[in-house]
Design a binder for this molecule. Structure first.
Ligand code: 3HC
Length: 692
């Protein structure tokens, strides 16, 4: 079948695009559409043209994979849109699924738009670090007004059919067969002249104040990002300049945005997110188990947060504790969280009761006999976990998935106490577990494919981004953050202020620096780990400056202060006594402080993550560098427009990263060294290893 199929419905020519999965505007699509318009021009009996998508959607946008092609090889979306806008016969976009980016731009250049009731229309280019580049910045404001166009283009969020109709973005919402309705619509409007062209309209609701306010708001909504400012400039041009002028400016600024490191990073993230859901070697036909009943052991902060994920999607949860007061406290916290959401208008009172009604509290682990998935979320102690899994093995039904929410412990060891290690897996949620999108899915040596595939499906069902990782201390996220924390502490020993260290990470776009993160998590946690590890290794008790802070009783936000002080606003403020403690520490240890610039801090911290990430990759703990990036975006707030740590390193050039690591006294991991020597990126490594 041709990529664009031509079919006559009497006097109407229907052009159907067949470019699965999402009818992106790939090479071949413009050629096929031009051929369709040629045919419509040549045939005097054709009175109007309908453009429709075959399969699940209308055009979902430009083909993002072609963004790196030289201009002359890339599909000419603008050329097609120009011809469509000037076309002498009426054209109707028949939209189902999503009309996004270039897809909506094609539709806006048509004379009319008809849509199914579940269609969604939007310009999401900002999410890829670009801007609508085929007339969207100039046509959308002319249809929906300046304010709504800014809102749609800056958020990138689509609108539904009903809203699109109200906005005048579409002409008709169709019940029943879209193709037939579009043909009928085209026939009914075939003789209307002059043809209404959006490019000839003015922009409503524009004022200098509106654009000034939009620019002022970007610092909050799009801090550090490049393309949103260009979008506002172009929307203003739509309102103040002739169409042709805005159209030309858009082309130029689109190319600038497309070639920016931020857009490269965001495109990398787009594909990395989609790849992360795929497990190499796991067949597409792997059976996926049914999860209808969930059991959770532990009603503490983690257990309660985990339970909420399942209650939110209507799955019944049985939650087990060892003591009634702990169970009551856990339930009260869950209820309070829901009631807070209700107060903010995110849930109704009914929703709260419905969710609480799905929750069964119990002190009896035997009540988990019917659960399809059981997640243990008690404190990090191997002996306790082993005891729980031994008991679970006795009570859980055959086929139940037995999961541990451990963040550090060896899942193989936990699995080994059961007679069904193939049913055991790690499901590592991030705190607060009802909010954070990341789920590390820890595949143990004997975990079965079905358990893995079911866990991935569960992650999707509860709205998490599931990333499969292997067993090691801290898995991917925490193992890397551990190295990062060590480097941050060293920087302070050498002379940097904690504030300067955190500020460097803010400048990179992270919401928190390492010390703000430690204060939030609780300084006593890292302290306990360091003490424990030193004990295990028979080393003397650790005595770093951070250990000394903990020993003064300051454990972070939960005690009102740690490295920083916190008021009611929870904003960190330097504490003079802590500054003195650090200065005394350096003096006592004979460390002469030196000035450390932001560039050095940024490189040392970011590259410590990268170096550990490379090691993790080489050990096969992560399948792909892209998976590590996804973990850092969703678990640690690494900005997507930097591409995650591994994407960021590739953008800096791995040769430069390796040289900087050496300059600052770290040894590049062998894989990093190898890729640097070969002049490769982590993305290239991912592509090569995907081929096997
Ligand atoms: N280009 C290339 N590939 C695309 C694509 C695009 N625009 N959109 C989706 N795909 C691919 C995905 O990578 C995925 O491939 P895979 O199966 O090999 O992993 C496949 O299509 C299916 O995508 P999803 O897994 O995301 O499927 P969903 O059904 O969950 O979502 C969607 C469908 C809503 C269309 C979602 O894919 C999406 O949001 N796509 C991006 C849309 C977009 O950003 N469009 C604007 C592009 S930029 C542009 O148009 C510039 C212009 O202004 C000049």
């Amino acid at each position: 079948m041709s990529i664009v199929e031509q079919a006559r419905e009497g006097d109407i020519l229907v052009l159907t695009i067949h470019n699965p999965p999402v009818n992106a505007f790939s090479p071949g699509v413009p050629e096929g559409l031009h051929a369709g318009l040629d045919a419509a021009e040549a045939d005097g009996d054709v009175r109007a043209v309908v453009i429709i998508g075959g399969g699940r959607t209308f055009i979902a946008g430009a083909d993002i994979k072609t963004f790196d092609l030289p201009r002359e090889q890339a599909p000419d979306l603008r050329g097609f849109v120009t011809r469509l806008d000037a076309f002498a016969k009426p054209t109707v976009a028949a939209i189902h699924g999503t009309a996004l980016g270039g897809g909506l731009e094609v539709a806006l250049a048509c004379t009319y738009r008809v849509v199914t009731a579940d269609a969604r229309l939007g310009l999401p280019e900002v999410k890829l670090g670009v801007l609508p580049g085929a007339g969207g910045t100039q046509r959308l404001p002319r249809v929906v007004g300046a304010q709504k166009a800014l809102e749609m283009m800056l958020s990138g969020s689509p609108v539904g059919a009903t809203e699109a109709r109200t906005l005048g973005l579409v002409d008709e919402v169709v019940e029943g067969d879209l193709r037939a309705a579009a043909v009928e619509f085209a026939r009914a409007h075939a003789d209307a002249r002059p043809l209404p062209r959006i490019s000839e309209r003015g922009v409503e609701g524009a004022s200098p104040e509106l654009f000034a306010a939009a620019r002022a708001g970007l610092g909050k909504t799009h801090k550090g990002q490049y393309s949103p400012g260009l979008i506002v400039d172009l929307a203003e041009m739509a309102a103040t300049k002739p169409f042709a002028e805005g159209w030309d400016a858009e082309a130029q600024l689109f190319m600038q945005a497309k070639d920016s490191p931020q857009s490269r990073a965001l495109r990398h993230v787009f594909f990395a997110e989609r790849e992360a859901g795929k497990v190499r070697g796991l067949g597409k036909d792997t059976p996926v188990g049914d999860v209808r009943q969930v059991g959770i052991i532990g009603a503490g902060t983690m257990g309660g947060g985990i339970a909420m994920n399942f209650l939110n999607v209507g799955l019944p949860v049985t939650i087990v504790e060892t003591a009634q007061d702990a169970l009551d406290r856990g339930l009260a916290t869950i209820r309070r969280n829901y009631e807070n959401s209700a107060k903010k208008g995110r849930l109704t009172g009914d929703d709260v009761e419905k969710r609480m009604g799905l929750l069964t509290p119990t002190l009896d682990m035997g009540a988990l006999a019917d659960a399809d998935l059981i997640i243990e979320a008690v404190f990090e102690n191997m002996e306790v976990k082993k005891a729980i899994f031994t008991r679970l093995d006795a009570v859980a039904k055959p086929g139940a998935i037995l999961a541990s929410n451990t963040s550090t412990l060896n899942v193989n060891e936990i699995a080994a106490v059961t007679a069904r290690p193939e049913q055991v897996i790690g499901l590592h949620f991030f705190s607060p577990a009802n909010v954070m999108k990341l789920l590390e899915i820890v595949r143990a040596d004997k975990t079965s494919d079905t358990v893995l595939a079911t866990s991935l499906a569960v992650a999707r069902k509860i709205g998490k981004v599931g990333v499969v990782v292997g067993v090691c201390d801290g898995f991917v996220g925490n193992r890397m953050v551990h190295r990062y924390g060590d480097e941050a502490r060293k920087l302070v020993e050498e002379g940097a202020d904690p504030q300067a260290v955190d500020a460097a990470m803010h400048a990179l776009g992270l919401p928190m620096g390492p010390f703000e993160m430690s204060d939030m998590a609780g300084l006593d946690i890292g302290y306990a780990i360091r003490q424990h590890q030193a004990g295990e290794r028979g080393e003397p008790k650790p005595d770093g400056w951070l250990d000394r802070i903990v020993e003064t009783g300051r454990k972070g936000q939960k005690t009102g202060g740690g490295i920083y002080d916190y008021g009611d606003d929870r904003r960190p403020r330097p504490n003079a006594k802590m500054g003195q403690l650090i200065a005394d520490y350096r003096a006592e240890k004979g460390l002469t402080p030196r000035e450390i610039g932001q560039d050095e801090i940024t490189k040392r911290l970011a590259y410590s993550l990268v170096n550990e990430g490379a090691q993790i990759l080489e050990e096969g703990i992560a399948q792909r560098a892209g998976d590590i990036d996804v973990i850092y975006l969703y678990g640690y707030g690494f900005p997507a427009y930097r591409g995650g740590p591994m994407g960021y390193a590739s953008e800096q050039g791995l040769g430069n990263v390796a040289a900087d690591l050496e300059k600052y006294g770290q040894t590049p991991a062998p894989l990093l060294r190898h890729l640097a020597d070969e002049g490769k990126t982590f993305a290239a490594y991912d592509r090569e290893t995907a081929k096997g």
